[in-house]
Design a protein around this ligand. Structure first.
Ligand code: PFF
Length: 455
């Protein structure tokens, strides 16, 4: 085990906030949030989502950062320290989640590089209808060489950054990439909103339709909030473990959550007005990004430029999240097993690449190989982690802090400001009662009900 005092720290509070926001802002924000909102009542969903952030997202985010900073260790070491005994399994579950998520997340990361290259090559010109766009996308993901090559490239970039460490790698790159992500988002929003007919998309996206909100929508919003904030697997424990003692956890958490929510809401503002302006409807669910948006770009002037920008945006979102996923694994190996960062990143980066190959091939060579409940390897990894591992991890994180370690100890780690006493009490109440209850509801709904009765 490495000496706790020799651990690296963030160079600045803003460096930590941007890195944590970089972890949170990912494919979940740019790709999933807009269509979930579009399908589930627009503005009503946004309101609901904000409530989820307050009652679930923020409390668990604070809990993870508290655990990380308090112990100054990776998730496994952290749970050994605050829980002892079997509680360390929560840490192992987190590290395994990070590893497994990477084996499919990096494949989509690779696709984003492929689409940057294709857009720069001018392929948007021929994407004049959905059939053409769908065919292009299918042909792309069915090409084993291309997808494995881009997977390799994406992993190589991630490995390059994580290998350089906390301050010189993760912090430095997030400080550059995250502002760039917001600049691109704003450029895309301006383009989208100034297209003729954009207002119909704006109305669709934001006009609240509360009739679409029911218990299912509420749980859907809770699940999305949890994944979007990178909770339940120790990413925030790990990033929190590099936080300086003087930095305030409550205000940092609030800023991270705000940035993540902004990114989610803004990406809908970039997507829907443009979609409606070119006369397309948003009823395509997850296929929106790769199947529909190329058609939208083909219909606007300078479409290729905006397409390149959009896929760079998606790439940055995927990259900064992947960095945190890999860092969870690396922190565990360096802290608990005493490996050097370089060796840990190279070995585990290569393993993720190797186990990512069957994910990349799940659309081509291994298309017909069903491994569990009739799913492909890619879908299996996705479902296993997002439906089971993250919410179960989150549940035990809250239970360990709330019931085993005790919140009195944890509260010391929060800001000393006595004016915040009421807020701290609310947080403690949420971690003990509300967060566990919501997480159980999420596990039962997604993990049991939806598995037994798919729509
Ligand atoms: N928050 C990321 C997203 O919204 O795409 C996904 C993610 C990253 C989940 C890192 C968990 C994690 F530790």
């Amino acid at each position: 085990m490495s000496d706790k005092n020799s651990r690296e720290h963030w160079g600045s509070k803003i460096g930590f906030i941007l890195a944590a926001a970089g972890s949170a802002i990912g494919l979940g924000n740019i790709w999933k949030f807009p269509y979930l909102a579009g399908e589930n009542g627009g503005g009503a969903f946004v309101v609901l989502y904000l409530i989820c952030i307050v009652v679930l997202g923020l409390p668990v985010m604070i809990a993870e950062i508290v655990i990380g900073r308090h112990t100054g260790r990776d998730p496994v070491g952290a749970f050994k320290q605050i829980g002892g005994g079997r509680w360390k399994l929560v840490g192992y579950l987190g590290v395994a989640s990070g590893f497994f998520i990477m084996t499919y997340y990096s494949v989509v990361g690779g696709w984003t590089i492929g689409y940057i290259v294709k857009s720069a090559g001018g392929f948007i010109g021929s994407m004049t209808d959905i059939r053409a766009a769908e065919e292009t996308f299918t042909r792309f993901i069915q090409n084993p060489f291309e997808t494995v090559f881009y997977l390799f490239l994406f992993m190589a970039i991630t490995v390059f950054i994580v290998m350089r460490g906390i301050k010189d790698g993760i912090e430095k790159w997030n400080k550059f990439l995250l502002p760039l992500l917001f600049i691109i988002l704003i450029v895309l929003i301006i383009r989208s909103l100034t297209l003729e007919g954009a207002s119909a998309g704006l109305a669709f996206y934001l006009k609240p339709d509360f009739s679409k909100v029911d218990v299912k929508t509420v749980i859907e919003a809770m699940g999305q909030c949890f994944f979007s904030l990178s909770l339940g697997m120790g990413a925030m424990i790990t990033y929190g473990s590099y936080l300086n003692k003087e930095d305030k956890i409550l205000s940092s958490s609030l800023q991270i959550v705000t940035l993540d929510t902004f990114a989610a809401i803004l990406s809908g503002l970039a997507i829907f007005p443009a979609l409606f302006a070119v006369g397309m409807t948003p009823d395509k669910g997850p296929g929106l990004t790769f199947n529909i948006l190329p058609v939208v770009f083909s219909k606007m002037s300078y479409g290729s430029v905006f397409a390149v920008l959009f896929f760079i945006l998606l790439f940055i979102a995927a990259l900064t999240s992947s960095i945190s996923l890999v860092e969870v694994v690396v922190a565990f190996i360096t802290d608990e097993k005493g490996w050097s960062r370089r060796k840990a990143v190279l070995v585990f980066g290569s393993l993720i690449f190797l186990l990512g190959i069957p994910s990349a091939l799940s659309f081509s060579t291994l298309k017909d190989v069903r491994i569990f409940f009739g799913t492909t390897y890619f879908d299996f990894m996705d479902r296993l982690t997002t439906i089971y591992m993250l919410p179960i991890g989150g549940l035990f994180i809250a239970l360990c802090l709330g019931w085993k370690y005790g919140l009195k100890n944890a509260i010391h780690e929060l800001d000393a400001d006595t004016r915040l006493a009421a807020l701290k009490k609310m947080w403690a109440f949420s971690i003990r009662y509300i967060s566990p209850l919501i997480l159980v509801a999420i596990i039962l709904y997604f993990g049991v009900y939806r598995m037994l009765f798919p729509h």
